[in-house]
Ligand binder design. Structure first.
Ligand code: FES
Ligand code: FES
Length: 165
């Protein structure tokens, strides 16, 4: 089996790995590193459960579906998962809003949903409801009916605008 040495930075921690070249980022995160806050849903880029945030430089981040990204292409990259969003013990405003607005039921979609919501707000701090719905299109929730999730993103948007964490 062909392998490749890569370095990943996940939630600020450095991981030096020797991985099969065909392994996905999701396999590496969950199976090699046991970071199970990143969820395996469909495994084919359709549900958003495996969403992570990828640092693309100049303080910008974009979401990546870890189940359809080859880990070998991520060598040297910095990645944030839901477990890395809190700062000094304080939840990210989006995480807090999901809790406060009861936007979580079984919780399986929640890490990906939260990370996608963070990305939406980083690109557009005051999205309309339609923009939130469009932004979350690729993230599927089988429980909540989305209404409370949309509300949580709106609440987080207001808190961030007010400078609250
Ligand atoms: S598990 Fe990656 S999109 Fe569904
Ligand atoms: S809370 Fe259950 S899938 Fe979203």
């Amino acid at each position: 089996m062909k392998k490749r040495a890569i370095t990943l930075y996940i939630n600020g921690d450095e991981y030096n790995l020797n991985i099969p070249v065909h392994h996905t980022l999701l396999q590496v995160i969950r199976d090699h590193l046991n970071l199970t806050d990143v969820k395996y849903g469909c495994g084919r880029g359709e549900c958003g459960a495996c969403t992570v945030l990828l640092d693309v430089g100049k303080g910008k981040r974009k979401t990546v579906l870890a189940c359809v990204a080859l880990a070998a292409t991520m060598d040297g990259k910095s990645i944030t998962t839901a477990a890395g969003l809190a700062k000094n013990g304080d939840l990210h405003p989006v995480q807090k809003a999901f809790v406060d607005e009861s936007a979580i039921q079984c919780g399986f979609c929640t890490p990906g949903m939260v990370l996608k919501s963070v990305s939406i707000l980083e690109k557009n701090p005051k999205p309309t409801e339609v923009e939130i719905r469009r932004g979350l299109e690729g993230n599927i929730c089988r429980c909540t009916g989305y209404v409370k999730i949309i509300k949580a993103v709106q609440v987080a948007s207001k808190k961030i605008a007010a400078g609250k964490r």
